[in-house]
Ligand binder design. Structure first.
Ligand code: ADE
Length: 338
């Protein structure tokens, strides 16, 4: 008779009786304890299969202190999270990896909550670990969180505590230097940058790469305006740059969405890319591919970054050893906008 016809789901006791072992042996098998003989393991697994027994998640949590759940914390506002393809592709990688595991994902868009609420949730045993993506230098609570639960960052943390943190990143300095060099190689000599946020390592490192490329060519590095990785931020920064230097002939925008905002402003000022001025950027998403003209850019493997973040976190949760820093490769996609 199936369990449904008997009027109830099979219980742990029924599995124990069918396998001819004690209740605690069944419990040990379910919680992957090594203290089970191979014979008992086989008998319990057979009984579980035959009865169609599904362990109760709450009971498992109590026994193993595992929730089989991880959090993804994004310290940004919701509008930015949904507008930026960077987040969509990193989350895609995270979700693809988790699909092959028993883990579920809790998404915490932290700037919309108060930080205290997020911290309380993460420390209250609701999750086995946390991924933190796009954090700013004032997000110190997340580096401190790593003292209570395993934490993996997407992007190098900037605070002091962050020096011991696990993170996945790309070499933003090198990538920005290489893409800026394409402007120099095309003869541009008055080159500006729309830098990312000054409180994020991606913002500061891409600015440093731009600076290194110009220093190497003996070009002044005074034309810097910051944006917040959004189209509106790119527009405002481009306006300020044109006010400061109407004759500029090259721009490196540190994200594709900021480049799309900059293109709008250039168009309204009657400046054509690449005829009047070269424009290169970072991120190979629709904003860089489908703009007019399509933009020379740095491709970072964002889906793979998401996958690697989970991979490292699950290793930490399982108590394994894994390297603290994982660097992913980038490449330049040349589209003639330089
Ligand atoms: N590109 C666009 N948004 C980004 C972010 N938040 N961090 C790194 N690279 C990005």
């Amino acid at each position: 008779m199936t369990p449904e016809l008997r009027g109830g789901a099979p219980t742990l006791e029924m599995v124990a009786a069918a396998a001819g072992v004690s209740r605690s042996t069944v419990s040990r098998v379910i919680n992957d304890s090594p203290k089970v003989t191979p014979e008992a393991l086989a008998a319990v697994q057979k009984a579980i299969d035959e009865l169609g027994y599904v362990p109760n998640r709450a009971a498992r949590t109590l026994a193993s202190r595992r929730t089989q759940s991880i959090a993804l914390v994004i310290p940004e506002n919701t509008a930015k999270f949904f507008a930026d393809p960077y987040f969509a592709t990193v989350v895609q990688g995270i979700a693809m990896y988790l699909a092959d595991t028993d883990y579920t994902l809790s998404l915490l868009i932290a700037a919309e909550n108060d930080g205290e609420k997020t911290r309380r949730y993460l420390q209250a045993g609701n999750v086995d670990g946390a991924l933190v993506l796009s954090h700013h230098s004032d997000d110190r609570s997340y580096t401190q969180l790593a003292r209570s639960i395993p934490v993996v960052f997407g992007g190098r943390p900037m605070s002091q505590e962050g020096s011991a943190a696990y993170y996945i990143d790309v070499d933003n300095v090198e990538a920005a230097r290489n893409v800026t060099r394409t402007l120099v190689e095309h003869g541009r000599r008055r080159i500006a940058t729309i830098a990312g946020p000054a409180d994020m390592s991606a913002g500061l490192d891409r600015l440093e790469g731009w600076r290194q490329a110009l220093d190497a060519a003996g070009i002044p590095t005074d034309l810097v305006e910051h944006g917040d990785f959004s189209p509106a931020g790119g527009e405002a920064a481009m306006r300020r740059l044109l006010e400061r230097e109407p004759e500029l002939d090259g721009v490196f925008a540190a994200s594709s969405l900021m480049a799309s905002g900059a293109l709008n402003v250039l168009r309204s000022h009657g400046k054509a890319v690449p005829h009047d001025l070269g424009l290169v950027t970072f991120d190979n998403d629709y904003a860089a591919q489908s703009s007019s003209p399509p933009l020379t850019t740095v491709e970072q493997p964002t889906v793979e970054q998401g996958r690697r973040m989970v991979d490292v976190l699950l290793h930490l949760i399982d108590g394994g050893t894994v390297s603290q820093i994982t660097m992913m490769p980038t490449r330049i996609i040349e589209r003639g906008s330089e």
